[in-house]
Ligand binder design. Structure first.
Ligand code: ADP
Length: 478
């Protein structure tokens, strides 16, 4: 079975969030389990030089976008056994950041059209095209409308994965004819129309054969108005084709017993070495060096999705406790300032690191005792999975993937790998933090919960097998 991922980002080439981690790691595991998989991405200008120099040119052709005729190159590199293909057009993709430009509609319309044009030229004929998020949603619509009778694509099936329903790619309807050469027959409530605009994500939802999202709980939640981002009704209609499969993390990259970024490696049987990571982290961040004081980490995009309003609401109460809080993140100015200003008021308790810093991220996972993630909504969340593996006990709100991966500690049964609360309420969160702090000082109990956490298996092994079952069902159903 041949699978092609089409996505807008992937580690180790370029990353803006968890999507890149998934697209980088899942194909590796699929391959390990015997699947022939390749990945197609845009060739952004920020592609690291080491990869740029090793790209093999495959072919070039012209892509039509209405009246525009644009150059398209196809280049490839083999990384860890996976062929990665890159769609090259300097005008669209040679930019400093990935998204957020006025012409994003045109950029990803180009990407989707060019992708479908490219595959026959290099005789890459997948049984299934697996699409990821709004940037790739048009592929399904174009396949149906332009390639329905094409022998090359006639048997090709599509899977569309929602990594975050909040980002949909909604653009004026004029692009339908101006760039996509799609008929108005697709522009309706069952198609890609969305409040009189074109919605790229909805195109993926409407025309793909199967839909998935990144946790079972989120698959249910998005069928309700609160989480549905105005697409809940549409998703309800397709609920029989919608499956939630939890993401994994790359156990080679996030491995406390073999992590080049942390101060001292450790594993489940030597958690005492975790202490050294804490002391060195305190030293690096100019916090008082004290192994006894509980240390809480936050590593996050600083956006409202992540529950930072709850944190802001009771930040003084949190910092009134005997603890240290380490924040690493970038995002909305409001939250960046909130942490910066509070850090200046509580220099010995709060360390605010407003930047993207992979090394520091690993050190925080390794050095902290707890990891705070009180999200408003969370499709899957990778950070809590990393925290579990590093024995930093997650404190989370019970939503989406957090609900599926973190079980609140139960003192009666000894079960649980962290702490959780249900309502989006700052004092419920505060209560839960205080409960964790109390248990922290009970050393045998804390060690037991940490063991539970570090024993969890959120490698890609199981989830990749679930995707394979889904692919097989789709191929056999024809
Ligand atoms: P999302 O995809 O919504 O941003 P996830 O929890 O799924 O959230 O994935 C976030 C990933 O990005 C994790 O690997 C996390 O460690 C990493 N990350 C987030 N912010 C930073 C930062 N400022 N510096 C380094 N890594 C970060």
């Amino acid at each position: 079975m041949k699978i092609l991922f089409i996505a807008s980002e992937s580690v180790p080439f370029f990353k803006s969030g968890g999507l890149a981690d998934v697209v980088g790691a899942l194909p590796k595991e699929l391959r390990r389990q015997g699947i022939d998989v390749s990945v197609l991405l845009p060739k952004y200008g920020i592609l690291p030089r080491a990869f740029r120099d090793t790209l093999d040119f495959q072919t070039s052709f012209t892509t039509h976008l209405g009246w525009r005729n644009q150059y398209c190159g196809l280049e490839t590199v083999n990384y860890q056994g996976i062929p990665f293909y890159f769609i090259d057009n300097q005008y669209y993709f040679n930019r400093d950041v990935l998204y957020g430009y006025d012409d994003d509609a045109e950029r990803y319309a180009f990407f989707c059209r060019a992708a479908l044009q490219a595959l026959p030229k290099v005789k890459l004929r997948p049984d299934i095209i697996h699409l990821h998020d709004w940037q790739t949603g048009l592929v399904s619509a174009l396949l149906k409308a332009h390639y329905g009778q094409d022998p090359f694509y006639r048997d090709t099936k599509t899977v569309f994965t929602i990594h975050n329903l909040k980002y949909q790619g909604v653009f004026p309807k004029t692009i339908l004819t101006d760039m996509l050469e799609l008929g108005w027959d697709l522009f309706n409530a069952d198609g890609l129309e969305f409040y009189d605009n074109v919605n790229f994500l909805k195109a993926g939802l409407a025309y793909s054969d199967l839909l998935t999202t990144v946790s079972p709980t989120y698959a249910q939640e998005i069928q309700y108005p609160f989480f549905g981002e105005s697409l809940h009704g549409f998703l309800q209609k397709r609920k029989d084709d919608l499956l939630g499969i939890i993401n994994g993390i790359d156990y080679e990259v996030y491995n406390p017993s073999d992590d080049p970024f942390i101060f001292k490696t450790y594993h489940i049987d030597s958690p005492e070495y975790k202490l050294e990571n804490k002391l060195r982290l305190q030293e690096q961040l100019h916090l008082p060096i004290d192994g006894e004081i509980p240390m809480i980490g936050i590593i996050s995009r600083l956006v409202s999705q992540k529950g930072l309003d709850l944190v802001g609401h009771v930040l003084d109460d949190i910092l009134a406790q005997d603890l240290q809080l380490v924040v690493l993140g970038t995002g909305d100015q409001y939250y960046e300032d909130m942490f910066r200003i509070k850090a200046s008021h509580y220099p010995s308790k709060l360390s605010a690191n407003i930047r993207f810093d992979n090394t520091l991220a690993h050190r925080i996972y390794a050095g902290t005792d707890m990891f705070l993630m009180p999200s408003l909504f969370e499709p899957c969340g990778l950070s809590q999975l990393i925290a579990l593996r590093y024995g930093s006990l997650p404190i989370v709100r019970e939503t989406g993937g957090l609900n599926d991966t973190v079980t609140s500690y139960n003192i009666q049964t000894g079960e649980g790998n962290g702490f959780s609360f249900t309502n989006y309420n700052a004092h419920d969160m505060l209560y839960t933090i205080n409960r964790a702090l109390e248990l922290y000082h009970n050393k045998p109990v804390w060690a037991a919960i940490r063991k539970n956490a570090m024993e969890m298996d959120f490698s890609w092994n199981r989830s990749a097998a679930e995707y394979i079952r889904l692919y097989q069902k789709l191929v056999n159903d024809t």
